[in-house]
Design a protein around this ligand. Structure first.
Ligand code: ADP
Length: 204
């Protein structure tokens, strides 16, 4: 049975959350990726689509039935009220679907991968422990430029909307500094996994 012990894994964009989470997954942790859950709500047939159509009209839905991301981005960028309306649709659904995914997940313990964990206050009360994946900001910028084929300014704009490295580290119980070769990181993950297994055994 999956232990009730749960970990929140976070980090800035490009810090290596997905890379590190997958290493824990290979060792037997159950991964619940909140970004993926949020994304699935707005693909064609997604649970949020009917409410988005009602709230924002047909122009908010693309021809293939998914949320028209460009249209919505423009709408909420210019208008904070519209942004709040979108969040009022998405946030409860993300929460519900995350809880469902957690109940269905199988592994030694659960890892919730939450990019904006420190930014969204209540997550801190929903997990037993917080792991921050950290690296220097220039590394983040270079990784995301190459992964997403983005301009430096675009990446820096996203980073300005996230908490600072210091604020994130202040919320951490554990830190993985993801600035070296992946074998070094893997060894660090294995060490922490042993700690989490021991904590999970106590939570059963
Ligand atoms: P996040 O999920 O935090 O946005 P990712 O895990 O997707 O970050 O990592 C961002 C990019 O950097 C990916 O292309 C990934 O393959 C690469 N990457 C992550 N960690 C390392 C590392 N230690 N060495 C080299 N490349 C890395």
């Amino acid at each position: 049975m999956t232990s009730n012990f749960s970990l929140g894994l976070t980090g800035g964009i490009g810090s290596g959350k997905t890379t590190v989470a997958n290493m824990f997954g290979e060792l037997g942790a159950a991964l619940i990726d909140t970004d993926l859950i949020a994304h699935q709500l707005t693909v064609a047939g997604g649970l949020a689509i009917p409410a988005i159509r009602t709230q924002f009209g047909d122009a908010a839905i693309a021809a293939d039935g998914s949320m028209d991301r460009a249209a919505i981005r423009e709408l909420v960028f210019a208008d904070h009220g519209q942004k709040q309306k979108l969040e009022a649709i998405l946030h409860p659904l993300i929460r519900k679907e995350t809880e469902r995914a957690a109940l269905e997940s199988i592994g030694d313990y659960r890892i919730f991968v939450v990019p904006l964990l420190v930014e969204s206050g209540n997550w801190k009360n929903r997990v037993n422990r917080i792991l921050v994946v950290d690296c220097d900001e220039e590394t983040q910028v270079l990784r995301v430029m190459s992964r997403n084929n983005m301009e430096r300014a675009q990446v820096e704009a996203i980073m300005r909307n996230q908490v600072s490295r210091q604020q994130r580290l202040a919320a951490a119980d554990d830190v993985i500094v993801n600035d070296g070769d992946l074998e070094k990181i893997r060894a660090e993950v294995l060490r922490l996994h042993q700690t989490y297994l021991a904590l999970a055994a106590r939570h059963e």
